[in-house]
Design a binder for this molecule. Structure first.
Ligand code: ADP
Length: 729
């Protein structure tokens, strides 16, 4: 079975387009279904609530109308009754109580709810009564008045007091008591349409207390409650208390037991009471709650359908993309071409076509590249063969080394010159193959001086030293170092020429010195003559200057020749450096004084002993100090400083003169070099002083540095190594 190839980490996907599309579509469907369900639920709920409330209001208004009508009818009937002859006869005393009772019995046949009857004369004395025992309520009773009678369970009965008139005069009063049940029963019929929890309440205020009545059809359900402070209930917006206070409307709130209700309320003006119809909110909205559950169920089903649909749609949408991605992933050498397979007619098809186009171009490019690489390789091989031939043909020895300094190759010239065999040399350390000896010394320089490439010799197998010129170059690939190349040349002839030059200079200098001494001696003699004219004396002066310049030049040339020829070997001895510099300073002082320069030596506080060649150091310091004075303006300062640092002993000569132009500073220590600014002002100079100084300091194992700025001055610093003996001193 072929093993499935794992994709590289860079091609690993956290998710896929299909999964994301499915999720997004599902999220959209979820939001839409949820939104739709919620909105329709809330809308339905609102509509239903509104409907129930307005229905309750209508019932309330109807009920209030019933009560009002009942009251009016009762008053009307009482007024009619007051005009009946039996009542008038009773008042006149012509009909006694029995007669009135008979009359009352006959009335009850028609109106069984009538419970009692009483007639009072104008002085409010009871004349006669039938049925229930009745009293005349206080008040003028100029017209019919309605007096509800509250019993234990609420409103049981009511009295209607009506004046008995003869024309305009009131002759007496008739009080009729009636059972309130038929009137209350008329309140109920409309309620079933509001549901089972619908209730009617009557309310009134008595001595600032709210009295609540529940006038149910069934007497067992009736009750009357004294609810306490009417003002508080009004503030709490108890529906019935709003009706009692003469307001009409509906609200969603709580009933006197704290239940959530939908309520409508209205005043009963003729009684000064209020009426309220209340429905339990949960019950009223139960249908809409059921609808909510139904919507939820439908929503869940729709969501499931949406999920399936989303998956199908996402598949449909992303298939071409997946196809495209598969094709791109499969592109590799040897399989560059792809065919157009996506037929969606949209951007993806466009992409597919572009991919096919690009892949065929890629194939052409790749083939071209392969050919190019083949050609280049051939060329490189050819070039390599040429280079190899050149390398093998040249007389220069060429050795290549790796990063660890092991020889990786050597050309025949190198092998012949050094006397090695090719097999022997490969892999050997460069120190063992081409040990480098400086200036003819027997000990090889360590570490191998790959950077210094002049006048070094290589020890051959026969023990002779081969003077060579080196060219050591690092081998780099980009910025990565992978070895070095050492190219060297036999410079025996050049070396010989140099030696001959030095010998000539030495000889010439020596030979010239003697005649020059004779010339100077004779000049001295001539100067002592008295008869010389002023002009002749001037000429003598000029000649003397020229002669001393020539003598200086000869001295310098001799020093150079000696140094270059290795003839000046330092003879170190123990010295008190401060003491030595004081001696140098006193000479410098005189030279400076002559040129009008202030000179100062700044010795360190402690004593510094070292081991060095004071003669050579003296020559160097003299050169530096002379230059400092020479290149300073009159009145300037020259300072000599000695200090000891952690790594070396530093002797500095500082001046504030013309300085050295920055771009010329790197040539400063070369033979015969003179800076342009110096040449302009000081024509007198050989350009050898600093060259000599550098050679001497090198031979003493130290170094010389310069810091200079044009027009500001220069500081030359000699750094000498601490010497072992110095520590003991
Ligand atoms: P020279 O005989 O010309 O002084 P040196 O070798 O002593 O030869 O100095 C080389 C050159 O270095 C000088 O010609 C001068 O240009 C420059 N030079 C050396 N010392 C100083 C210095 N203290 N201030 C300015 N230039 C200097």
């Amino acid at each position: 079975m072929q093993k499935q190839e794992m994709p590289p980490a860079s091609l690993w996907m956290r998710t896929s387009v299909r999964r994301r599309a499915t999720w997004h579509m599902m999220l959209l469907a979820f939001m839409m279904i949820l939104g739709l369900t919620l909105v329709s639920f809330l809308f339905m709920r609102g509509v239903l609530m509104k409907r129930v409330l307005s229905q309750a209001e209508a019932v309330t208004m109807g009920n209030a109308g019933f009560v009002e009508d009942g009251v009016r009818a009762a008053k009307y009937q009482a007024a009619l009754l007051s005009a009946a002859p039996q009542i008038r006869q009773t008042l006149a005393g012509t009909l006694d109580s029995d007669g009135l009772t008979t009359y009352f019995q006959s009335l009850r046949e028609e109106r069984p709810d009538m419970l009692g009857l009483a007639v009072f004369d104008a002085s409010r004395r009871r004349v006669a009564a039938a049925g229930a025992a009745l009293t005349l309520p206080a008040g003028p009773h100029l017209r019919s008045a309605f007096h509800p009678q509250l019993g234990h369970d609420g409103w049981d009965e009511y009295d209607v007091v009506t004046p008995i008139r003869a024309g305009e005069t009131i002759e007496g009063f008739l009080v009729v008591r009636t059972d309130a049940a038929p009137l209350l029963a008329s309140l109920m019929p409309a309620l079933p349409s509001l549901g089972e929890t619908a209730k009617v309440y009557l309310g009134m205020e008595q001595a600032q207390r709210l009295i609540l009545m529940h006038p149910a059809a069934d007497t067992r359900d009736r009750y009357m409650l004294s609810m306490g402070d009417a003002g508080e209930w009004y503030a709490l917006r108890l529906p019935i208390s709003l009706g009692v206070r003469g307001q009409q409307g509906y609200l969603q709130g709580r009933d006197h037991m704290g239940n959530h209700v939908l309520a409508a309320y209205s005043p009963l003006p003729s009684l000064g009471w209020g009426l309220s119809v209340q429905i339990d909110r949960v019950d009223a909205l139960s249908s809409v709650t059921t609808l909510g559950y139904a919507l939820l169920g439908v929503g869940v089903v729709m969501l499931m359908l949406a999920a399936i649909l989303a998956a199908i749609l996402a598949r449909e949408l992303t298939n071409p993309l997946r196809e495209l991605s598969r094709k791109i992933m499969n592109l590799k050498p040897g399989a560059w071409t792809t065919a157009v397979t996506v037929k969606t007619g949209d951007e993806v098809e466009l992409l597919d076509r572009r991919l096919a186009e690009m892949s065929s171009r890629l194939q052409a490019l790749y083939e071209h590249l392969e050919q190019e690489v083949g050609n280049r390789t051939k060329e490189l091989k050819k070039q390599y063969a040429y280079d190899r031939a050149i390398l093998e043909g040249i007389q220069h020895g060429v050795i290549t080394v790796d990063l660890h300094g092991h020889v990786t190759g050597a050309n025949p010239a190198a092998l012949t010159l050094l006397g090695w065999d090719a097999e022997e040399v490969i892999g050997k350390r460069i120190e063992d193959t081409a040990a480098i000896h400086a200036a003819g010394k027997t000990d090889p320089i360590t570490p191998h001086p790959v950077r210094k490439c002049l006048l070094h010799s290589i020890r051959c197998t026969d023990g002779t030293l081969l003077p060579t010129v080196f060219l050591v170059s690092p081998l780099l690939q980009g910025r990565k170092l992978f070895g070095a190349v050492l190219v060297f040349q036999d410079v025996r002839d050049e070396r010989r020429m140099d030696e001959l030059k030095s010998e000539f200079i030495t000889l010439a200098s020596h030979q010239l010195r003697t005649p020059l001494s004779i010339v100077r001696w004779h000049m001295d003699l001539l100067e002592e003559e008295d008869h010389l004219s002023a002009r002749q004396k001037d000429s003598m002066g000029e000649m003397r200057t020229a002669a001393s310049r020539m003598s200086d030049l000869l001295n310098a040339l001799l020093q150079v020749a000696q140094l270059e020829g290795g003839g000046l070997t330092p003879k170190p001895m123990r010295v008190d450096l401060v003491q030595f510099l004081r001696g140098v300073s006193s000479e410098a002082h005189l030279i400076a004084q002559r040129s009008g320069i202030h000179f100062a030596f700044h010795p360190p506080k402690q004593k510094i002993n070292t081991v060095t060649d004071t003669v050579l150091l003296g020559i160097t310091l003299q050169n530096l100090l002379t230059n400092a004075v020479k290149y300073s303006e009159k009145g300037g300062n020259v300072d000599l400083t000695l200090k000891r640092t952690r790594r070396s002993l530093e002797i500095s000569v500082t001046d504030h003169g013309m300085g050295i132009p920055a771009k010329e500073q790197r040539h400063l220590f070369q033979k015969f070099f003179r800076a342009a600014n110096a040449k302009k002002i000081q024509t007198d100079g050989s350009g050898l002083g600093l060259y000599i100084a550098k050679m001497i300091v090198d031979s003493l194992g130290g170094s010389i540095q310069v810091k200079s700025e044009e027009h500001k001055g220069s500081t030359f610093t000699i750094s000498l190594p601490h010497h072992a003996q110095e520590e003991k001193a």
